[in-house]
Ligand binder design. Structure first.
Ligand code: GLU
Length: 421
């Protein structure tokens, strides 16, 4: 994140304001969309392993449910703030709208450092969070999922706590669950897969030869690891030049083997020190000479201080909010093609939606069905956004603005039809 971090919610509001102007939204609709519809702040007393009770603070924001139940992940992070959760809730609203699934947007977060907590402490925290926010969850109301530092095991504990509260197995109240508990095949790599599908579409439009293209990945969590592998698996012989995680990065001009780095990271908990690669910093990774860059870490990685140095022709934002508005201007000024976050990383929530559908029917789809339907959704969403951008040539809009125009228009229409605005 940049030294002078901007307030992510102000960024989200600025982005919306620009879209509202271009769409000529009426004031009532615009103001309704500028803020979350509902939000809940909770205190969570949790018994720690040393016998003492520690109180954690958590949030759940239901940003907008005009198109369906609010949907969005839960982050466990020491720097979580209500404004981050609000911003992420807004972006979820645009994300479900841009891929046209019948859901709204929301987000949750707990201020904590899971890296310093035992499995037992994490379980007690996860259960305490659901005991507090469970009253506003449900497949027709608000449905969480994994996000930064939460995973399928945590979703299982949360689903189970909800079961104890309500006496019913309502699997569809949370997604990203383990396969044994109503999870969907293809959910774990869905975010990365959706992003890679978008890269395939973008490369065709802007003329990048994927067999000779090199790429770098910033952030090596779920999305980053899968993107490293899937890029080669789905798009041909492109060379992976560099990856990084929160502790630093690695680079090799001859190319890195994604599966070997994943194994190294699992063993050592970091990517640096990978045999045969040169250690580099996160900042260095972002400005490397590559064709395609995948920011897959946290917000504001690309900011006004480094945007001019970014050399990638194509950026696929797997992270939420990795580019600040100032950086956006610099990038679009020099012709960098950015696949914006809420389009690029919408694969995760799309397969979450498939998971809800399967839970509803109490039936499982096979992997090919999930991949095929995800491919369809992502390809069609990319196409709609790209066409919106090219159709508005005179406004000179970039892909992010075009994605906003598509998504905000859909949410605004739903609100109008419901008689809200
Ligand atoms: N946390 C993911 C996201 O930001 C997935 C959300 C979901 O599946 O509901 O898109």
């Amino acid at each position: 994140m940049s030294q002078t971090a901007l307030n992510p919610f102000e960024i989200a509001q600025q982005q919306l304001d620009q879209a509202a102007k271009l769409l000529k939204l009426d004031e009532g609709t615009h103001q309704t969309l500028r803020n979350p519809m509902r939000e809940l702040t909770v205190n969570l007393p949790v018994r720690m392993d040393d016998g003492k009770v520690k109180v954690f603070r958590g949030f759940r924001v239901q940003y907008n449910d005009a198109r369906g139940a609010t949907k969005g992940g839960i982050r466990f992070h020491p720097d979580e703030t209500i404004d981050t959760v609000r911003a992420l809730g807004a972006w979820m609203t645009w994300k479900t709208a841009v891929v046209d699934i019948p859901l709204g947007g929301g987000k949750g977060g707990v201020i904590c450092n899971p890296k310093e907590m035992s499995a037992g402490e994490l379980e007690r925290l996860s259960r305490a969070y659901i005991r507090q926010i469970g009253r506003i969850l449900g497949e027709k109301m608000d449905c969480p999922a994994p996000d930064v530092y939460t995973n399928a095991q945590i979703m299982a504990w949360m689903m189970d706590e909800y079961y104890w509260m309500n006496g019913q197995n309502e699997f569809g109240m949370i997604t990203g669950k383990p396969l044994e508990l109503g999870g969907s095949l293809g959910r774990s790599d869905a975010t990365a897969r959706g992003g890679v599908y978008c890269v395939r579409e973008a490369a065709r439009e802007i003329g990048i030869d994927l067999n000779n293209a090199c790429y770098a990945i910033q952030g090596f969590g779920n999305a980053g690891q899968h993107a490293a592998i899937l890029h080669q698996e789905l798009l041909g012989k492109g060379k992976l030049l560099a990856v990084s995680d929160s502790r630093g990065g690695i680079y090799s001009k001859d190319g890195l083997d994604p599966a070997a780095i994943v194994a190294h990271k699992q063993k050592t908990k970091k990517v640096s020190g990978f045999p045969g690669a040169k250690d580099i910093s996160n900042e260095e990774l972002l400005t490397l000479e590559v064709d395609i860059l995948y920011p897959a870490a946290l917000e504001q990685a690309i900011h006004k201080g480094n945007a001019a140095e970014v050399k990638a022709k194509l950026i696929c934002e797997l992270a939420n909010g990795p580019t600040t508005p100032e950086a956006d201007k610099i990038l679009s000024g020099k012709g960098t093609f950015v696949i914006p976050d809420f389009l690029a990383n919408a694969g995760g929530v799309t397969v979450s939606y498939f998971e809800m559908v399967q839970n509803h029917y109490n039936y499982h789809w096979d992997l090919d069905t999930v991949y095929e339907r995800l491919n369809q959704k992502m390809t069609s969403a990319f196409g709609t956004v790209y066409q919106t951008m090219t159709a508005r040539k005179s406004d000179k809009i970039d892909m992010r603005t075009a994605a906003y125009l598509v998504a905000v228009d859909r949410v605004a229409k739903a609100m109008k039809l419901r008689g809200w605005t």
